[in-house]
Design a protein around this ligand. Structure first.
Ligand code: ATP
Ligand code: MG
Length: 340
């Protein structure tokens, strides 16, 4: 890794940008407030149901003014999810929540609403417990080294500015970008992040027969990355350099679970041995390994699945553009984020 000599001049502007994207405390208070309101309304109809925040409002990678993601956890005995969502939509509508909409046919069925008191919009899904658990994993990683949170905010801001954070257009979700940042920091030498799933189990959950186990006493890992002195500017430079020039897109699987890259050849082998890896078979058969990002818990789930042969080019060209700008441009903090 050979950074430009004056790379550290970019530390201050990147940190300022990071600070400006963090939600202020009063926003967090409002989110809690809305959750309490929703909890009250839901429990009148479903007293045993529990509400959890997940996604960027709970994983510590959320920007100011983002929507919140809520998961309703409850036992479903012979009741249809759609019926519950429609019922919930009714309840919310008659209690002055705005823009209430039940999307029962979406891949993840939800009710959408907007709270006129706090101005916050929210999506509510049912029993997406795995998302609640992976939210905790991401939040735990963020507590180990501040540079993860700084890097993710800058990368998400770049991805949104360049329009490569749109799964419906074949680019990657915010969740996928966070996994790429964690993976990248696990690969630094010395490593900046450990592999929590490779350590002693202190947290365990069995969610829909998926075993989620990892070391979650992250307060004990506060000094983990201190042997690596790389600055945020150096890391942003190296992040784009890595995805532009160092990653083998055709053959490598990005795996936060193992803390390394796996080879797709090995995955093919695993597919033959395990039914659980079924989703990868189809991809192997189609030879569509354009970018492979393994979900940390649901290992058969490839977050790169949304990427097709057109969008992979867009994505890789954007990584190359960013790497070039970080290396040669006189004002990367502006150029990098120029709207596409
Ligand atoms: P944003 O700030 O862009 O809204 P976000 O962190 O909320 O970012 P989303 O991509 O909206 O990210 O995802 C919300 C949450 O849903 C994630 O944190 C993750 O827990 C879960 N999730 C999203 N996409 C997937 C996926 N493809 N597979 C598994 N879980 C996912
Ligand atoms: Mg979200």
């Amino acid at each position: 890794t050979t950074y430009p000599n004056d790379i550290n001049r970019l530390n201050a502007p990147f940190l300022t940008m990071f600070e400006s994207l963090i939600p202020p405390n009063e926003e967090k208070v409002k989110q809690k407030q809305l959750l309490t309101v929703l909890e009250k309304l839901v429990s009148k109809e479903y007293p045993e149901a529990r509400l959890f925040l997940y996604g960027s409002c709970a994983n510590s990678f959320g920007f100011s003014k983002s929507d919140i993601d809520v998961c309703l956890a409850m036992e479903l005995q012979n009741v249809d999810k759609s019926d519950i969502l429609l019922k919930l939509a009714d309840i919310f509508e008659s209690n002055n929540l705005q823009n209430v909409q039940a999307l029962t046919r979406a891949r993840v069925p939800i009710v959408k609403l907007m709270d006129p008191v706090t101005g916050i919009s929210c999506d509510i899904c049912i029993n997406n417990v795995l998302a609640v658990v992976n939210t905790k994993l991401l939040r735990d990683y963020a507590q180990i080294d501040v540079r993860l949170r700084q890097l993710v905010f800058i990368v998400k801001h770049w991805a949104k500015s360049r329009q490569v954070n749109e799964t419906y257009h074949g680019t990657l979700s915010s969740y996928a970008y966070v996994l790429m940042c964690i993976h990248f920091l696990q690969q630094r030498r010395p490593a900046i992040l450990p592999c929590l799933q490779g350590m002693e189990t202190t947290y365990f959950a069995n969610v829909d027969n998926v075993e989620c186990a990892y070391f979650d006493q992250v307060e004990k890992l506060h000094n983990y990355g201190s042997r690596n002195g790389e600055s945020i500017a150096q890391l942003v430079w190296a992040f784009f350099h890595y995805w532009a020039y160092c990653h083998d897109y055709a053959n490598d699987v990005i795996s936060v679970r193992t803390g390394r890259t796996l080879s797709t050849t090995m995955i093919k082998y695993l597919v033959r041995c395990s039914k659980r890896a079924k989703d990868w078979t189809r991809r192997v058969g189609n030879d569509r390994h354009l970018i492979c990002i393994e979900d940390p818990f649901e290992v058969s789930h490839d977050l790169g699945r949304v990427v097709d042969k057109f969008s992979i080019r867009v994505l890789r060209e954007e990584f190359e553009r960013a790497a070039q700008i970080m290396h040669y441009d006189s004002n990367p903090c502006v150029t990098l984020f120029e709207p596409y």
